[in-house]
Design a protein around this ligand. Structure first.
Ligand code: COA
Ligand code: AMP
Length: 633
């Protein structure tokens, strides 16, 4: 491949320090770095060591001081509350400074952790920025997680304060957040000192004297806080993501490298800049929300859209077109599942005709594999480039994308195109040896990772090493398998671990198994991800009951479904389980989840050579057929 992308990419790998130092020049530093890339403690690399910055300053104040104070920074569009509200850069800075002052008044300072458990309202973005302003480390927990998951994060992050709201709104349902939060604090061994509660009109939360404060009142009385300089290598946030066990991984993001890479990505990957309207239809609880609802668009001086609604049902499958046309959105970023939902409800995109989409330039998809059907449907109806790009919570931005801002490369369906600048992506076999073009293997990234990628896991360097660096020394293991073709196009095929992807949300089957095995009647269990036309995958449980249990099986299934909802949360979408006599295993006792998944999805399968008792597989197939799976495709 030759061309503009190829030259820029080659420089990003061969002259990393020069490349990223140049990108860093467009941001404001209190003090420049001593070293662009500090490799003195490899494999722990640090970007912009010695530099002093403030991410909030660069995202808000910098624009106000440059005369862009009256430009829209954030448009809150909430069909579920019938609200559209615009915040200028000046308003955002002032609101954030006051909230930051309110946090300081409660004793929150540099390095302290703050949990944010909020729905999709502007105050969620302001909460993140307020922490950044005073050097506190935020950790946003997605609203669809249950109290138990929240408690796990409280114990790990040990926050001094929590920021929350009285409720979230899911379609037409009002979900009270405060009772969930109170339960989580009750369950957690670590207790935060203060809880700030934003009262929404749809539900009023009761406050606990001495611990809980009314958000609005706290801000009214607060002194606006100045931006606090922090080291470029200081953590900006922790974002917990599913690992293979019930204990989530606390992905750490630094300040300096993060703002440099994200700011660079807006121009070079998304092709947007100052004043452009950019919309990531995700949730602030996910990495996409962190990077592309809040930080990147504001760092780049764009107008970001914060949408509290669904792709369908709020009120219909024309919702996305309405938002694009009403706010003159140039670029939309969402998960393929959202488009599958729209396509299902409005297959001919009739609702699109009602809106003027002339402002719209490109659609970006990520979070799960983009099925060519959905991608082509979007291309056909929107008549703009539709770009699949690959990334992870750990990476903070795309590992692989069509770099539209540099050069739009030809699309190959099924491939998120090429490695993004700074990402040296390779494919290796089980022994860690690189394989040739077209050969499937583990997708890995040669170290060092570019800025914004995780420097470590929160207070757990060992787990960082064992999870990502130990398997293939010198490389970061993405946990995805795939191949690179002869043109350098990367194909991401599947996970190599027990992570599944449900509606673009990453979930751990191991965590669900931990819940199921807590049921008193369950002796053994397995959870696999089965194909679902809308959500990509859905979790499905297999239960082996303890001998002597003769209760109604349906009742036990209902109980385990309720347990997963109660302990992990509705976002797990765990609704189906089946009771079997035994589970297929290897001779060394490993459950054959991959084979079970192939059977469930109706794919061709052969008993693996290591299987202990092949006679179990037909029993599994029968159990699956009874609940509507294992049909040949
Ligand atoms: N707070 C409380 N509950 C939540 C929640 C939140 N923030 N987000 C989701 N839930 C609940 C949902 O209400 C649903 O509950 P239910 O079982 O009672 O119906 C459950 O969690 C599962 O949610 P979800 O998987 O999102 O399914 P859905 O049926 O509500 O919507 C889609 C399906 C495809 C429309 C939806 O997943 C979507 O818009 N996805 C867009 C992709 C996206 O945001 N990806 C993030 C990464 S880019
Ligand atoms: P998350 O950390 O929630 O962003 O999930 C990351 C995982 O989602 C990746 O490791 C992949 O398995 C999957 N993923 C994300 N984007 C893509 C994509 N464009 N194509 C295929 N898989 C993807």
């Amino acid at each position: 491949m030759t061309g503009r992308y190829q030259d820029i990419y080659a420089r990003s790998i061969n002259d990393r320090e020069g490349f990223w130092a140049e990108a860093a020049e467009s941001l404001v530093w209190y003090q420049k770095w001593d070293r662009v890339l500090d490799d003195s403690k490899a494999p722990f690399y640090r970007w912009f060591a010695g530099g002093m910055v403030n991410t909030c300053y660069n995202a808000l104040d910098r624009h106000v001081e440059a005369g862009r104070g009256e430009q829209a920074a954030l448009i809150y569009d909430s069909p579920v509350t019938d609200t559209v509200q615009t915040f200028t850069y000046r308003q955002m800075r002032d609101d954030v400074a006051r909230l930051a002052g309110a946090l300081q008044a409660q004793g929150v300072g540099k390095g302290d952790r703050v949990i944010i458990y909020m729905p999709m309202i502007p105050q969620a973005a302001q909460a993140m920025l307020a922490c950044a302003r005073i050097g506190a480390i935020h950790s946003v927990v997605f609203g669809g997680f249950a109290a138990h998951e929240l408690a796990t994060r409280l114990n790990d992050a040990k926050p001094v304060a929590i920021l929350t709201a009285s409720c979230g709104i899911e379609g037409s349902r009002v979900i009270a957040y405060k009772p969930l939060l109170d339960r989580a604090i009750e369950q957690a061994s670590h207790k935060p000192q203060k809880v700030l509660v934003f009262q929404r009109p749809q539900a009023t939360a009761s406050l606990i004297d001495g611990r809980d404060l009314d958000w609005q009142a706290a801000c009214e009385g607060a002194q606006p806080a100045e931006c606090v300089p922090v080291a470029a290598t200081d953590p900006l946030y922790i974002l917990y993501t599913s690992g293979t066990t019930g204990q989530p991984k606390g992905v750490v993001r630094d300040n300096g490298g993060h703002m440099v890479a994200l700011n660079w990505s807006m121009k070079n990957i998304y092709g947007v800049g100052i004043g452009d309207v950019y919309w990531a239809a995700s949730d602030v609880g996910w990495v996409v929300g962190h990077s592309y609802i809040v930080y990147a668009p504001l760092l780049a001086g764009c107008t970001t859209v914060l949408y509290e609604g669904k792709p369908v049902g709020t009120p219909d499958a024309g919702a996305f077109w309405r938002v694009i046309s009403q706010h003159r959105v140039k670029v939309l970023f969402t998960a393929p599942t959202a488009f599958r939902a729209i396509k299902r409800d409005d297959p001919d995109a009739r609702l699109m005709q009602d809106y003027d989409l002339s402002c719209f330039e490109a659609l970006y998809l990520a979070g799960e594999r983009s099925d060519p059907d959905t991608l082509q449907w979007a291309e056909k109806h929107l008549a703009v480039p539709v770009i699949d790009h690959w990334w992870q919570t750990e990476t903070g931005w795309s590992i692989c994308a069509n770099p539209r801002g540099i050069e739009l490369l030809p699309v190959k369906y099924g491939s998120p195109t090429v490695a993004a600048c700074g990402w040296d992506v390779r494919v290796v076999d089980e022994g860690g040896k690189e394989v040739g073009a077209g050969k499937i293997g583990a997708l890995v990234v040669k170290l060092p990772l570019p800025p914004a990628a995780l420097p470590t896991l929160w207070q757990n360097d060992e787990r960082f090493k064992s999870s990502y660096l130990a398997e293939y020394p010198g490389y970061y293991a993405t946990g995805d398998a795939g191949f690179i073709d002869e043109d350098g196009y990367i194909y991401v095929m599947s996970r190599t671990d027990d992570i599944i992807n449900v509606a673009g949300h990453r979930l751990s089957t191991g965590a669900m198994e931990e819940v199921l095995s807590g049921h008193p009647d369950v002796a053994e269990c397995a959870v696999i991800g089965v194909h679902d036309d809308l959500k990509g995958q859905l979790p499905l449980g297999f239960l082996v009951l303890k001998s002597g249990v003769d209760r109604d099986g349906d009742e036990i299934v209902r109980e385990v479904v309720a347990m997963v909802r109660d302990q992990i949360g509705p976002v797990a979408a765990f609704k189906q389980a089946t009771i079997v006599d035994r589970l297929p295993k290897t001779r060394s006792g490993k459950i054959l989840r991959k084979t079970m998944r192939s059977i469930a999805d109706g794919e061709a399968w052969n008993p693996p050579a290591t299987i202990d008792d092949p006679a179990i597989l037909p029993e599994i197939a029968e159990a699956l057929r009874d609940i509507g799976y294992a049909k040949p495709v």
